[in-house]
Structures are given as structure tokens and as C-alpha cells.
Design a protein around this ligand. Structure first.
Ligand SMILES: *Cc1c(COP(=O)(O)O)cnc(C)c1O
Length: 413
């Protein structure tokens, strides 16, 4: 029997749920690309993007996914033969390092494994050993979407400042932007990389690179920058055509405009608070399930967990069984485990992820958690009972209600 034939929910860490308002804004005939509405719209999008990233700096837009934004950030800052330091906390950190290597950049990898945040002391030691400042940039992933590890950015700025090391601090916020609090200028990031299809709620296809004047100076010092990835004409175009290095992604622009309207109406602080509360509900359920059996969150310490994505494990192959059940029987698709292979689980078939980024509210999260609980039960996967009740109690408390304190996992109240 299947119960999947209602509106399907993709509980993936990107592409995220697209709001009807965004879809409707995109449903239109081809616009005039020579002047008028589209031109005004693009000019108006830039300050709103800057507000979401909390920066007064520059922003360049690309018709690209997050991988394109990675390449753009490197192409403007580090010449082939230059060196970068990459403290990796999951598959995406490694991915950015591989991108750098493929561009002829030397990479020094500080592998933190898929479960612990970046250790500023390890970064300090690597930078202190860098006589002659050969390291041009430190590439960090704010939220590694594979492991769901959240790393703090400000302490890394403090390390660079303490050592007087000139490397740029470059931050991948593809997963975290408009989900987890991020303060580009206040935390001292020089470059921030993002994409359209996660917290920004727009289909995949737009990449963003935010950069400050220090990063712009690094760009100017390069012998050459690939024409297409060059951020200078995109950030300060002499004509509209240059914003996107050619024809504008017309419909994505309409979608992004509407998504930024929605974020503006809610307020970025409220967007972050909503993600935080919904994440706490998920953690409450997960820890209740984990009271018996094998269910575990990948990141033990809540302070180091993302509010956008949650990686979890069961015994192999129960993660895959659970995913299949949720998709086929209940119409909810969970994210696959990425970079979560272990000796005990070489295929990572115990691992899976909940995406909870962007256009998501309490009833969607409770539906997700109720579905997972039904799947655990149907598949006879041992788990603690009462996960959904614990999540509901957390939501009740977080929204100002009083819930009985004997319900397990009141720790997030
Ligand atoms: C999704 C993601 C990427 C890659 O983005 P694509 O759009 O899939 O190329 C890079 N880094 C992080 C942290 C991500 O979440």
C-alpha cells in the first residue's frame, strides 16, 4: 500500500522547497531584456542580497550552481601555483579543496572528519607555520551540508588577525545563507559564496560571490582573471549585459526578487529564529528516538549543529530502508548520506539527512517527523517512543506555550 499520492515533500538539503509565490513570479512570458522592469529588478536585488549576507561589500552574480560560485571565488583571488588552507568538516569542504587543486592551486588540507567543527587552534598552527605567507586564502565551509556541522567564523578571523596573516577568509555559505545566522562583515569574512537553491528558495542556477575591498585588492594583484569568472564587471557593470556576463537568467531574476521579498517581509532575524526553532524540534525527536536503538544525530553537540540540515545514522542498511519507505509509502524524500562512509558502514547505507532549509514551517516539520516515526515503526527499527510528541512539546514551548515538563527532551526549551 502506498500513501504517497498527495503533495510530495522533498526534505532535502537543496534544492529546497520552492514557494508558490516564487513559482508564480517565474511563470511569465519572456521579458524585455533591453530596459524597464528587469533592469530595475536586478539593481534592486543587489542591496537585498547584501542585507541577507549582512555585508556592505560587493556582490557578483553568476548563472551557476554552488560549484560555479566556488570556482568564481578562487578565480578572483588565488593564482595557479598559489596556496590555500582548507579546514574541512565534511564532503563539501573536500569538494572546494578539489576544485582549488584542479585550478592549479596548492591545497593544504586540515581534515576534521565528518562530525567536528573547525578547530581554530589547528588553523592557527598551520598559519603560524606558513613562513613567508604563502597561504593566500583559508577556505571554510560555514555549514558542511554533508555532515551538518556548523563552524564558527569569527574565531578564525581572530586567529588571522592575531598572527597578522594576510590570507583571505573565504566562507562557503551555500547551505547556511538565510538559514543559520551569518554576519559576513561583523565576523570578518572577506569572501562569501552562496547559491540560489537552498535558503534562498529559488531553483538551482544562480551563484553569488560577496567580497570586500581586501578581496578586491587580491583580484587586482592577479596577473589575469578568467574572463567569464571575473567578478569586477559583474559587481560594477557599465551596462546591464555585464551583470551576468551575457544574457540575464530572466526567470531566475523574477523568482529571486520574490524570494527576497518574502525574506524581507519576515525579516532575516525572524527567518533565522524560525530555522532555529524548527531545528530544535527535529533534534528533540531525534534524541528521543535515540534513547533506544541505533538512531544517532551525526553532530552530538547542539552548538555545532546546523539549523538548515541534519545528518543522522541508523545501523546499515536501515538508513536506506527508512529513506525508501518514506519516499515510496509516504511521499517524503530524505537526503542521502554523503561522505559518511565508515569501516562499519562502507556504503553509508545507515546514513541519511533531513533538509530543513528555506520555505518550511512547523506543520511540514511535524509531517516529516511523523513520517519518519511511522517508518521506524513499520520497518521494526528499534527506537525510543514519543519522538513526535517531544518535537511538538518543543514547538509549543518555543512559541510561548507551556508543555508538560515530563515530556522527554525539554533540553532545548
Ligand atoms: C549545495 C552545496 C554546495 C554545492 O552547490 P551546488 O549548487 O550543488 O553546486 C557547496 N557547498 C555547500 C555547503 C552546499 O551546501
Amino acid at each position: 500500500m502506498t500513501l504517497a499520492n498527495g503533495r510530495r515533500h522533498m526534505a532535502l538539503p537543496g534544492p529546497s522547497v520552492m514557494p508558490d509565490r516564487v513559482l508564480q513570479a517565474m511563470h511569465r512570458p519572456a521579458p524585455d531584456i533591453y530596459d524597464g522592469e528587469l533592469h530595475e529588478m536586478v539593481a534592486g536585488i543587489l542591496p537585498d542580497l547584501r542585507a541577507v549576507a549582512r555585508t556592505q561589500g560587493h556582490v557578483a552574480m553568476y548563472i551557476a550552481n554552488g560549484h560555479g560560485a566556488w570556482e568564481a571565488a578562487l578565480a578572483n583571488t588565488v593564482a595557479p601555483g598559489g596556496r590555500v588552507l582548507v579546514p574541512a568538516t565534511g564532503r563539501f569542504g573536500h569538494g572546494w579543496a578539489e576544485m582549488a587543486r584542479a585550478m592549479g592551486i596548492e591545497t593544504e588540507l586540515l581534515d576534521h572528519g565528518p562530525g567536528t567543527p573547525i578547530d581554530p587552534d589547528r588553523v592557527r598552527a598551520a598559519l603560524a607555520a606558513d613562513a613567508g605567507a604563502r597561504i593566500k586564502a583559508v577556505l571554510v565551509t560555514h555549514v558542511d551540508t554533508a555532515s551538518s556541522v556548523l563552524s564558527e567564523i569569527a574565531p578564525l578571523r581572530a586567529v588571522l588577525d592575531e598572527l597578522g596573516h594576510p590570507a583571505l577568509l573565504m566562507v562557503d555559505c551555500v547551505a547556511s545563507l538565510a538559514c543559520d545566522r551569518y554576519e559576513m562583515d561583523a565576523w570578518g569574512a572577506d569572501v562569501t559564496v552562496a547559491g540560489s537553491q537552498k535558503g534562498l528558495m529559488v531553483p538551482p542556477g544562480l551563484g553569488f560571490v560577496f567580497f570586500n575591498d581586501r578581496a578586491q585588492a587580491a583580484r587586482k594583484a592577479l596577473p589575469r582573471v578568467s574572463r567569464y569568472w571575473d567578478w569586477a564587471p559583474r559587481a560594477e557593470p557599465e551596462m546591464f549585459y555585464q551583470y551576468f556576463g551575457g544574457t540575464a537568467p530572466t526567470h531566475h531574476v523574477y523568482g529571486l526578487r520574490e524570494a527576497l521579498n518574502m525574506i524581507g517581509e519576515e525579516g532575516i532575524e525572524a527567518v533565522w529564529a524560525r530555522h532555529e526553532t524548527l531545528a530544535k524540534a527535529i533534534w528533540s525527536a531525534a534524541e528521543t528516538w535515540g534513547a533506544e536503538g541505533a538512531f544517532r544525530l551525526n553532530v552530538p553537540d547542539p552548538a555545532h549543529r546546523s539549523r538548515a540540515v541534519t545528518a543522522a545514522r541508523l545501523d546499515p542498511p536501515d538508513g536506506k530502508r527508512l529513506r525508501d519507505w518514506c519516499t515510496n509509502v509516504a511521499g517524503v524524500t530524505l537526503g542521502i548520506g554523503l561522505g559518511m562512509e565508515t569501516p562499519a558502514d562502507p556504503q553509508a547505507s545507515g546514513a541519511f539527512r533531513f533538509g530543513h532549509m528555506g520555505h518550511l514551517n512547523a506543520h511540514m516539520v511535524l509531517g516529516l517527523l511523523g513520517t519518519v516515526e511511522a517508518g521506524l515503526t513499520a520497518l521494526h527499527i528499534p527506537h525510543g517512543t514519543g519522538g513526535v510528541s517531544a518535537a511538538a512539546a518543543t514547538l509549543a514551548r518555543e512559541t510561548g506555550g507551556t508543555a508538560p515538563t515530563d515530556i522527554r527532551q525539554s533540553v532545548y526549551a
